[in-house]
Design a protein around this ligand. Structure first.
Ligand code: MTE
Length: 330
């Protein structure tokens, strides 16, 4: 377990210590990322809160979005996460390896955004940012969100079901999988390995086609009543709430329908730790930590976030259990 700080019971929990990355030189940090996945990059929440004023400024650059609430997804079994907290505690490795990348992420150039939909489809299309906001009816869905690092939130997303886009482009009979590619430009996205190389940029993710057409699978173009702030993956990102958060690629520029399973970022880095399927399964530990429990960010006290048992499929089994062959479908 290289470069991972294992706290003794009397030490502060990892979320309250200075991120280990800051103690490592860059080369070791890249190796650490590869060996340690994402767990070694926590930033003290307190620091984030001190920057609240500028975070509010970052949120102010978004536009209000109107969307009707989907009655199937109006509440969950836990409170909604504070908006500023969600907007200042992010994973977006293109912009750095800590949780406080929201300022760096403001460099993301979202003007004239285009999403290319290509591959095994009858009607390939190029969506502009306006198209993304106007082609499909927008709705709001409040979803649980579970990161593989064992923290969790509840977020009100605005967007449209992935299924609507699938129907619009008409996949051919050969299409079985879909690859999603995030924006990448090393001049802008100066993440951990900008100078060293070695990580499989651009960030990619993938789904089976039957997962993408599941009722839950969602493209978010907004959050908390407005367009997405850049740190959350403006202008469009994936939301697949029964899977770990890393499956939700941000700032998508390309969607490609394929007949073989596409390569994906974390699975390429460490296939044993980050599976392609990556469903939330409390009884399947990550090789280096348990997934039985999760911490609700912002809930409880600042120094001890509330813990809850992890729910199979993050609590969405009624929608997705039939997609998978699991011995114990609780
Ligand atoms: N998408 C891109 N392009 N780059 C990333 O580093 N991180 C993933 C996912 N999508 C990531 C990404 C991970 S690990 C998580 S937990 C979620 O984004 C975090 O989303 P949030 O910051 O909006 O909460």
């Amino acid at each position: 377990m290289p470069f991972i700080h294992v706290p003794k019971p009397w030490q502060l929990p990892e979320r309250d210590v200075t991120p280990e990355a800051y103690f490592l030189n860059r080369r070791r940090f890249v190796k650490g990322l590869v060996g340690a996945g994402m767990i070694g990059s926590f930033v003290p929440l307190l620091g984030c809160q001190q920057q609240q004023a500028s975070a509010e400024a970052a949120l102010a650059n978004t536009n209000q979005l109107n969307a009707s609430s989907n009655p199937n997804f109006v509440e969950v079994d836990r409170p909604q996460t504070n908006e500023l907290l969600a907007a200042t505690y992010n994973n977006f490795y293109e912009f750095g390896g800590s949780k406080s990348i929201w300022q760096n992420a403001q460099a993301l150039p979202t003007d004239n955004w285009q999403v290319e939909v290509t591959g095994l489809v009858n009607k390939p299309r190029l969506f502009t940012q306006d198209d993304l906001l106007s082609t499909f009816p927008l709705e709001e869905r409040i979803y649980r969100f579970r990161c593989v690092e064992a923290w969790a939130m509840v977020v009100p997303w605005l967007g449209f079901p992935m299924r609507a886009l699938v129907e619009a482009v008409e996949p051919t009979a050969q299409a079985k999988f879909v690859q999603f590619t995030s924006y990448y430009n090393p001049e802008v996205t100066k993440g951990p390995d900008f100078h060293l190389g070695g990580l499989p940029w651009p960030y990619t993710e993938g789904l089976r086609l039957d997962e993408m057409t599941n009722e839950l699978a969602f493209f978010a173009v907004g959050i908390y009543g407005h367009t997405l702030p850049k740190q959350h993956g403006a202008p469009i990102r994936m939301v697949v709430p029964w899977k770990y958060g890393f499956k939700g690629a941000k700032s998508i520029v390309k969607i490609e329908f394929t007949n073989t399973q596409p390569s994906t970022y974390w699975n390429t880095i460490s296939p044993n730790e980050y599976k392609f399927e990556a469903n939330v399964e409390p009884d399947v530990p990550h090789p280096r930590w348990s997934q039985a429990k999760e911490r609700l960010i912002g809930a409880g006290s600042k120094f001890s976030w509330e813990e809850r048992p992890t729910l199979l499929y993050n609590g969405y089994g009624e929608y997705v259990a039939q997609l998978y062959d699991r011995p114990n479908q609780v």
